[in-house]
Design a protein around this ligand. Structure first.
Ligand SMILES: [Zn+2]
Length: 484
């Protein structure tokens, strides 16, 4: 395990105590990268902290180390029935520095390993900590039962949750800075039989806000089709795929592409995940009655050019979005369907008039994420003559097929993969399809027509990326399985 250097923790704790600001920490880290001096020294030199502040912090840590050992001894015999009584002790323990250090070090490790989520899962022995990396959970550590209360409380304090409330689920947010990167954590708790399970989703803003469409990983053909769709001044462009298929990233890259001084771009999101400069972002708030539909209605009175609706999942939102697209606005949104055609049939199922759907939908992009083969342990191989994969990629037994895979190495945690890449299906609604949509044609008929017009299916795009050595055929089969 990579133990984080004390400098990150020191800076973070000083911010927490209100001694320095985020900006001051950044400034000091910038100096540090040039001079290599100790961070504490630099903070003193720059006048951000006094010698006494730094010394006291070091002293606090030693003191609290003693305390926590004592409290930990008292707590060794906790059983599951004791949760209710633990609150005060937990609070005390949570304010002790070793807990802070432990929790912070887990966050830092997760960020460094590019995890998307951290799971803290209470069980009979304590807390299991797992990271989701490239879409898969990996067990990282098992924390002893004695640390459980303090760790969970610590995270709840950081997320501004009610630490005494343990029987109801809660949501919260943490902002972290690590080496000039701002990272948002969306935290939620869920009471389980062994205690509260905590899941923290990591949102690295610095990564996504600068994303361009080129960086998304479209094939050249699909990229051109998608860019053309976005050039329209009115109509609807939909992104579809299951949760965790990278739709948000693609959506933000599209907004970046469209963002310019002459257009009014307004969004209604649930929630606003990343802040984009020059774009008017609003957030749904169900308690206050600000739904997607209500947000959309008010946006239409705000002289918009381009509207992004986080998701179309109900009849009302679908109706207003279609009307907006038909009255001179470019509307972008996401849906939860298996493929591109599915988005069209889903709109019809929601009760949208077929002629309105045909008139408004310009195109649909379906997306999935596949894991990328680790560059450090990549090897090629030839498909066996009797391999079942031949049927999947539709080649005969005699054809030579060269493919790639990762052997597994310490760089990729012996998984053979590092990072992820999307595969796409870009459906452009042309006049032929429009006529079929108006006639309420079945999904199969629509799909057949689209393929006839040159649609590259998700599966086909995936197979091409596997043949290029970007991913494995197994990955493509895994994420497109529902289709065959
Ligand atoms: Zn590797």
């Amino acid at each position: 395990m990579d133990i984080p250097s004390s400098k990150k923790i020191l800076g973070y704790q000083l911010i927490e105590k209100g001694i320095i600001t985020k900006e001051q920490l950044w400034e000091a880290i910038r100096v540090q990268t040039k001079t290599g001096e100790k961070l504490g020294r630099i903070l003193i030199k720059l006048g951000f902290a006094s010698e006494a502040d730094i010394e006291q912090l070091a002293g606090d840590r030693k003191e609290s180390l003693k305390n926590i050992e004592q409290v930990a001894k008292d707590d060794q015999d906790y059983s599951t029935q004791d949760y209710e009584a633990m609150s005060l002790k937990e609070e005390t323990m949570a304010s002790d520095a070793p807990v802070i250090r432990l929790v912070n070090s887990i966050f830092i490790q997760a960020i460094e390993e590019k995890a998307s989520d951290i799971h803290f899962e209470p069980n009979a022995r304590g807390i299991r900590v797992r990271f989701r990396i490239d879409g898969m959970l990996r067990q990282k550590m098992q924390l002893p039962r004695k640390d459980m209360g303090a760790v969970i409380s610590r995270i709840k304090i950081m997320s501004a949750m009610d630490i005494a409330e343990k029987r109801l689920p809660q949501d919260g947010r943490i902002q972290l800075i690590l080496e000039r990167r701002e990272i948002d954590l969306r935290v939620s708790t869920l009471p389980t039989v062994y205690g509260e399970k905590v899941v923290a989703r990591l949102l690295d803003r610095s990564d996504i806000t600068a994303y361009t469409l080129k960086q998304i990983g479209f094939s050249e053909k699909n990229l051109n089709l998608f860019k053309k769709l976005l050039c329209n001044s009115h109509g609807m462009v939909l992104l579809t795929g299951p949760t965790g298929s990278g739709k948000t990233t693609t959506m933000y890259a599209a907004l970046n592409q469209l963002n310019d001084l002459e257009k009014n771009i307004v969004t209604v999101e649930d929630p606003v995940e990343y802040l984009l400069e020059g774009i008017n972002q609003t957030q749904v708030n169900y308690k206050a009655g600000m739904t997607f539909a209500a947000g959309l209605r008010s946006i239409l009175r705000q002289d918009p050019d381009i509207i992004m609706v986080g998701e179309i999942r109900d009849k009302e939102t679908a109706r207003i979005a279609i009307r907006a697209a038909n009255t001179g606005h470019l509307v972008l949104s996401t849906m939860h369907t298996n493929d591109a055609i599915g988005a069209i049939t889903c709109l019809l199922d929601m009760g949208a008039e077929s002629f309105l759907v045909a008139a408004s939908v310009l195109g649909v992009v379906a997306q999935r994420l596949v894991r990328v083969i680790c560059l450090h342990c990549k090897e090629d191989y030839y498909l066996e003559t009797d391999a079942p994969e031949r049927r999947f990629i539709n080649v005969s037994q005699t054809e030579v097929v060269k493919l790639y895979r990762g052997k597994g190495c310490d760089k990729c945690g012996y998984t053979g993969y590092s990072g992820r890449l999307p595969i796409h299906e870009v459906l452009v609604v042309n006049s032929g399809l429009r006529q079929l949509i108006v006639k309420n044609a079945a999904a199969d008929e629509l799909r057949e027509k689209a393929v006839g017009c040159g649609l590259v299916s998700l599966k086909q795009d995936g197979i091409e990326k596997a043949l290029q050595g970007l991913t494995t055929l197994q990955e493509v089969m895994r994420v497109t399985y529902s289709e065959d």
